[in-house]
Ligand binder design. Structure first.
Ligand code: GUN
Ligand code: ZN
Length: 438
């Protein structure tokens, strides 16, 4: 970035909406989001209240300030996808099977192809472009067991300016031959990748130790993951938990002394802040309390749970217990990378409760950032945070709804959540840098 670019302050004028909690949001119809040259938010307010700071009459006070007038477009925080799989993008929409059969039939063969690093790099390019086009500004990502492919994925993310928590998958048991690692190699390569990538891109890239799930892990592997997680401060552990009944039975036979599936991870030190457990559908009350007490995080993936018929996330109970959780697309078991589709499915999935649009937006933004323990940096449009935001043209997909832009904001949000998809996204910014524009 040149000196003049890094000094440039940009003022984005539009309808600014940003969650404050699961029920309240900031709403400035003629708002301004002001971002300095470092990509930090320095003002968020109604434009009428702050314009005197930046303009006198028709003149901008400072040649280092640029105004970007977005008219009636919405300016929202970027979306947070707490769980998805980079190598699986080619396998979306292949159903008809429960989890373990689906993995064997479609997913493992697709992941084995990542031994070819050129193929891996091609898919990584496609993947990060799609994430940006879907308005996702923070993603928690599984790659494959391949070190070089994971290296390539980090290189692509760095080049494109994506914000990602990612790691090499670890599998040393009950896996197809092409995806079975030697335990020590898996641990060593994971540590090398963590040392190389955690914190790169000025903190945009973070490392997650990624044991796939209980089924494909030995005790030695999980014990090693617990040690690495403790040894490398700030790193994450990202894994699957209690998704499908047959998976849970398998884990119970493999780890007979554990009280529950969560207890398996806990017994190896895989619990607490910066552990992200995907799915977590079949939890009992004690597990839910443990998740809450330890500030562990859950990635709720409703579209995937529908698709594989895995079960229904205990949304109300988990909220009431105060667990940290956000939403995940879980591509490819989830068919769409759009968090708008996932928000809709989170509501549809619950047979007895209605999840309101402001809460769905919260889960896909600030709630997800809290679950990633990154809400001091991202997840809402707040002074001092990094400018991770999207520009949304609500009329592009919701033009069918009468006069959507002149409706109260609650109605606009409802329309986004229930009709929205990637077509809504006009531009995506991470730390003030535009990473996607139509
Ligand atoms: N459990 C273990 N691996 C996977 C995966 O790739 N997708 C889903 N949905 N669940 C898993
Ligand atoms: Zn998954």
């Amino acid at each position: 970035m040149s000196q003049s670019e890094s000094d440039l302050t940009k003022i984005y004028l539009g309808h600014v909406i940003s969650p404050l909690s699961s029920t309240a949001y900031l709403d400035f119809v003629q708002g301004a989001l002001v971002v300095n040259g470092k990509g930090t938010i320095i003002d968020v307010a109604p434009w009428s209240e702050i314009q005197h700071k930046y303009i006198s009459g028709n003149h901008i006070n400072d040649s280092n300030v640029e105004i970007v007038d977005l008219g009636q477009r919405l300016i929202l925080p970027g979306l947070v996808d707490l769980h998805l799989h980079l190598p699986q993008v080619s396998q979306t929409g292949r159903s008809g099977q429960h989890l373990l059969a689906w993995l064997n039939k479609y997913i493992f063969p697709a992941e084995a192809r990542f031994s070819d690093t050129n193929h891996a790099r091609k898919i990584a390019n496609w993947f990060f472009d799609e994430l940006a086009a879907n308005g996702t500004t923070l993603a928690v990502v599984f790659t494959t067991i391949h070190k070089d492919a994971t290296d390539a994925a980090f290189e692509v993310a760095l080049e494109k300016g994506s914000r990602v928590i990612m790691g090499k998958v670890m599998m040393d048991a009950n896996s197809p031959e092409a995806l079975t690692e030697d335990t020590e190699t898996s641990l060593r390569e994971s540590e090398e990748l963590a040392v190389k990538w955690h914190g790169q891109g000025d903190g945009l890239l973070l490392y997650a130790f990624t044991p796939r799930f209980g089924v494909t892990s030995t005790s030695e592997l999980l014990a090693g993951v617990g040690r690495l997680f403790a040894k490398h401060p700030g790193t994450y552990v990202h894994t699957h938990l209690s998704e499908a009944k047959e998976e849970i039975q398998f884990v119970a036979t493999q780890f007979p002394s554990a009280r529950s599936y969560l207890d398996v991870y806990k017994s190896f030190g895989i619990i607490g802040k910066r552990t992200v457990f995907a799915h977590a559908i079949h939890l009992d009350d004690q597990d839910i309390k443990t998740v809450a007490d330890t500030h562990s995080s859950l990635a709720h993936c409703p579209s995937s749970n529908f698709f594989l018929k895995s079960g229904v996330f205990l949304y109300a109970k988990i909220c009431a217990a105060g667990c940290l959780f956000g939403l995940g697309s879980d591509v490819a078991a989830g068919p769409s990378m759009s968090l708008f589709n996932v928000m809709k499915d989170a509501n549809y999935m619950q047979p007895d409760i209605w999840i309101e649009p402001p809460e769905l937006l919260y889960r896909a933004t600030l709630g997800g950032a809290k679950a990633a323990h990154l809400d001091h940096l991202t997840g809402s449009l707040t002074v001092g945070k990094e400018a991770d935001f999207i520009v949304v043209d609500a009329s592009r997909k919701s033009g069918i709804v009468d006069n959507i832009l002149s409706q109260p904001t609650d109605e606009i949000l409802s329309s986004l959540v229930f009709l929205g998809d990637d077509r809504l996204i006009e531009a995506t910014y991470v730390r003030g840098r535009c990473i996607f524009h139509i």
